[in-house]
Design a protein around this ligand. Sequence first.
Ligand code: PMP
Length: 296
Amino acid sequence: MCPIKGQFMAQKIWLNGKLVNPKDAKITVFDHGLLYGDGVFEGIRVYSGTVFELDAHITRLYESAKAIRLRISVSQARLARAVRETVKVNRVKDGYVRLVVTRGVGTLGLNPLVCKKSSIVIIAGSIQLYPKVLYERGMKVTSATTVRNHPLAIPPQVKSLNYLNNILAKIEALDSNVSEAVMYNHEGYVAEATGDNVFIVKKGVIYTPPDEAGALGGITRSIVIKLAQKENLQVVEKNLTRFDLYVSDEFFLTGTAAEVIGIVEIDGRTIGKGRPGPITSLLRRRFFEYAHGKEK
Ligand code: PMP
């Protein structure tokens, strides 16, 4: 799912250490985040006023940055505090935070070493999920012909500001009148959806592609795996083919914005009975309880 649907209603944006009005939240055109998509980001949920899994998001952000040799100019603890401050100032109870770190201001050349200081932006606002009916009845997806970035080119574990690969697949989904597309890697195995991780259920066992298949290590994914195991459900990480998706009993996606959403059709093939299956519905419920009940 595209991480954000709907409008941000932020009153204050955190920009390089200051809370500023949206009209003053400006970044120069010489920022390499704009010129080259050189940067990293996180999308984070707020449930009942608590920033959800903030530590995990901060860890992933700093690991993404390290992998691309981007030095974030503040400490992890300072950035985590800044996220909480921004949420509080904007009185966000149930919403979404976008945390962006760019390489910073440079020249028109590629050279990232001339960018002396990263630029950091935190936007806290509202989020609009997929329509409720899609969660109840399930969603349709398509298989993208756009191949997921080769892991030796850009590691998919890096949540970088360059989402063109995913955007091209998203266009394919929208052209097919569906909301999401499944992306396959260079070997033809399932990688992930454009903004979500993929799971299927076959004969009571849950399968999901390993990160090495070309997926971002989803934070929702890892929570859902733990919740499934708590229900004594077996979860197996293994390469999945398009055929595996077609003949699955259940199929669902996980992500910060989408949470857990059932898929009922792919490329014109109906999944299971054509509505979200029992394991999908159970895990969706358990995820909701976890997100709303846990103070972390
Ligand atoms: N894959 C991609 C490409 C993503 O952008 C995202 C986040 N929207 C996910 C998977 C899901 O990750 P998470 O559960 O951490 O949001």
